[in-house]
Design a binder for this molecule. Sequence first.
Ligand code: GDD
Ligand code: MN
Length: 408
Amino acid sequence: MRTLRDPVAGRRYDPAAMLDESPGDGTTPVLSVVTPTFNEADNLPLLVEGLRESLAGIPHEIIVADDDSPDGTWSVAEELGRSDPSIRVIRRFHDHGLSAAVLDGMSVARGRVLAVMDADLQHDPSVLPRMVETLDAGDADVAVGSRATEGGGYGDWAASRRFVSWVATFIARVVLRVGVSDPMSGYFAITRRTYERGAPGINPRGFKILLEFIGRDRTLRVVEVPFEFRNRIHGETKLNRSVIRSYLLAVAELRLGRQVDPAFLLYVLVGVVGLAVNSIVFSVAEALGVPQFTTGLNEALDPIYGSFVLSVFVSIVVVFILNNEFTFWEQRYAGWKLLPAFVVFTGMSIIGTLVHVGVFSYLQDVGFLLSLLGDAGARTVHNLLGALVALIVNWYLNTTYLWRRRVR
Ligand code: GDD
Ligand code: MN
């Protein structure tokens, strides 16, 4: 993917030139603006007004893709559409979600350029003509409304939200090697050709629709157009913390394709965090002198190290919570059901530990790779293989019995 400097910066845009290129039957717009909505009844009339002003002179249509909003956004849109035929409404009853709504809107769009814009007035419509002109002139395939490039801004964002956005952007740039400064932007435009080439491969789950287009096709020419992100006045944001998870899943899938189940990667990530927690708790407990105790049950068992038991328990709790709230968000347990779920999870962790120890002792007994690696080396490898088998067994048990996943 190449990132261009804005080729039209400083050039004056000429709506008449665009009109000349349109088929001239008066029905085919140059631009389709797709706006996904969920509970934006107060914002929609203001959005339409703003677009009407900015897009004067550009033949356009506005496609409202609404997820059957309880506040009746769809009916407000239909009402607006009665006096303005350029407004089209899709009232969606199924497959709710931001990306899915945008894709539905795009699939019925008739323009040569397809733009996506939030309905909550956070996206400044005055930069849209610049984006459209660049694409329609054939100077780029994608125009991104960017908050991060020179001249753009994030408005009054809290430091924490800025940080999350910075990390997400960093991941996109490093893992997916996209050269855009604001790959998380929900404000962008693409040419019809780019849409038609990209759409069939897109995963409609989630909210990172721009990333789906630019993350898959490295040949796209992308231009960034700066804008200042405005604050929301009416309504509230719908993006909750599951967004972070769905984002990581999307990045993993874009990078690795669909051979590896991306949820498995989250699961492994959580496992690594669990290991870190385990060793930290263990060291701290040792330093504090948590005592040993004897059960008197079995000689091989005694004495039991208090710090060992504590660190295993704490890491099981942490891993359970992270898996419940993060890896398996869609199947998560809440309320009193957390307790039996935790007991089952602990049972599975014990099975996993037994598998780990079993594989380890078996490999020790048969002396696997012993002559090649020596005593210490072989022990390390036996231990790692044990952990690996236990990890896979646990994944199987967890996804089969605890966080059962519906087949898509
Ligand atoms: N149809 C539909 N279905 N629309 C939705 C849904 C949904 O499930 N969720 C949100 N929307 C609409 C909102 O009504 C709004 O018009 C737009 O999508 C953006 O949603 P917000 O809830 O306002 O998102 P945000 O402001 O927190 O996030 C914005 O910035 C992110 C990056 O920081 C969006 O532009 C994101 O796309 C962007 O990634
Ligand atoms: Mn918003």
